[in-house]
Design a protein. Structure first.
Length: 425
């Protein structure tokens, strides 16, 4: 399999996955509110989801780094399909917060099977097929396409939600089943040899993986600094996306206009397309990845605080979109920086460890900002969330000060930036 075919397969998997997942993104908070939860309970359920991701990241990383990336992805699709239908069942039964939390645990498990595994599959396969380009270009191109499909998914979910808020969940489960079938046929491990893992060997393997996560992740200063910023941004990003739905409807004065939430989520998708399109332009003009990381982080902070300070729907939405644009500039560069120098055998584990840091931040953010939203209003949550993201900038400045080879950008794509990198979200 040549590099171009690897990239096409990766983009197809990521696109189908994003399309299915995004159907509920624009209506999830409204769905939970309609099911009888208050705003704080909504974020309790979401916090349980992120807590489950923290708990399961290491164990599912073991699956990806032993049984293979393909097996991990297929398990993700199966579990997410079950949990999505479970959400619908809980809402119909009217069982309340507890059972939504139970289903949130399964959703978290499903997402951890995905996190790290597909990116690791891509990088290993590109290495095996002698790819010599920059990873940012692959991530950015994928981001543009998946953002376009997120646009389709969120608009479609919003339209379905105006008919019945459960419909986006049912269609999502159907698409996840289709993705499972496609990946079962078209996705195979390349550049990585799966190995058998017995049940009795799992505890020892988890200890080994945890040790390697620390050795190749936390103990390396540049990776550690990146993971700290992941934690900080995670404390706001998940809460911010879902809090925007009721906040903008309240500013508009039309709390029942569900289609507006779908349109805003679709506009977020457009900022994803634009942000990823801009990556290549900036990469051709900058010498260091951290230049873009610092600028994007500062812009996200300013825009987020602005969302909470303004009282106009027509000002708050553009500011929110500016913040999501900055995030979409930040993410592909961070992904590429993180992948540099990570050994293939630990790639999925270290990427899952980074995802776990984001989830850990999300637990604190969703519960803390959710409680603040109930007491002081969602606007106060945005201001506080923006102040929290400001804390990431000093760590990015320290990352810049390391002058790591991974930070340098070659003037033309031809070889990876770091000689030691094993280039093969």
């Amino acid at each position: 399999m040549k590099s171009k075919r690897v990239i096409r397969t990766y983009i197809t998997i990521a696109s189908l996955y994003t399309l299915s997942a995004s159907l509920i993104w624009g209506v999830n908070t409204l769905f939970l509110l309609d099911a009888g939860l208050d705003i704080f309970s909504v974020f309790v359920a979401n916090a349980v989801f992120t807590a489950a991701m923290v708990v399961f990241e290491v164990s599912t990383g073991v699956v990806a780094d032993t049984s293979g990336r393909r097996v991990s992805f297929l398990l993700s699709m199966a579990v997410l399909c079950f949990a999505t239908l479970g959400y619908v069942g809980v809402s119909i039964a009217g069982d309340g917060l507890f059972w939504f939390c139970v289903m949130s645990v399964f959703l978290g498990l499903g997402f951890t099977f995905y996190s790290g595994a597909v990116e690791a599959w891509l990088v290993d396969a590109l290495k095996a097929t002698n790819y010599d380009g920059e990873l940012e270009h692959v991530f950015a191109r994928t981001g543009m396409i998946t953002s376009a499909l997120m646009l389709v998914g969120t608009v479609g979910g919003g339209i379905l939600g105006t008919i019945n808020l459960a419909f986006p969940y049912v269609v999502r489960a159907l698409l996840l089943a289709i993705v499972f079938g496609w990946a079962f046929v078209g996705m195979h491990d390349i550049g990585y040899t799966p190995r058998a893992l017995t049940a009795s060997a799992i505890p020892a393997e988890m200890r080994k993986v945890a040790h390697e996560s620390i050795s190749y992740g936390w103990r390396k200063q540049s990776v550690r600094l990146i993971m700290v910023t992941t934690f900080i941004h995670g404390a706001y990003s998940i809460w911010g996306f879902y809090a925007a739905q009721p906040h903008f409807l309240n500013l508009l004065g039309q709390p029942d206009a569900i289609w507006v939430a779908g349109v805003v989520a679709a506009l977020v998708s457009i900022t994803g397309i634009l942000g990823n399109w801009l990556i290549s332009r900036f990469m051709n003009r900058l010498h260091f990845r951290t230049t873009l990381l610092i600028a994007a982080a500062a812009l996200m902070t300013a825009a987020t605080i602005g969302v909470g300070l303004v009282n106009s729907f027509w000002l708050a939405v553009p500011l929110f979109l500016l913040g999501t644009l900055a995030f979409n500039l930040f993410l592909p560069v961070k992904q590429a920086y993180l992948h540099q120098g990570i050994p293939s055998e630990q790639r999925a584990t270290v990427i899952s460890f980074d995802s776990m840091m984001g989830s850990a931040g999300g637990i604190a953010g969703q519960s803390g900002l959710g409680y603040l939203s109930r007491q002081q209003g969602i606007a106060a949550g945005f201001v506080t969330g923006g102040v929290i993201t400001l804390l990431a900038i000093p760590f990015l400045l320290m990352l810049r000060g390391l002058n790591d080879p991974e930070d340098q950008i070659l003037p033309a794509a031809g070889k990876t930036t770091a000689p030691s990198a094993e280039i093969s979200q």
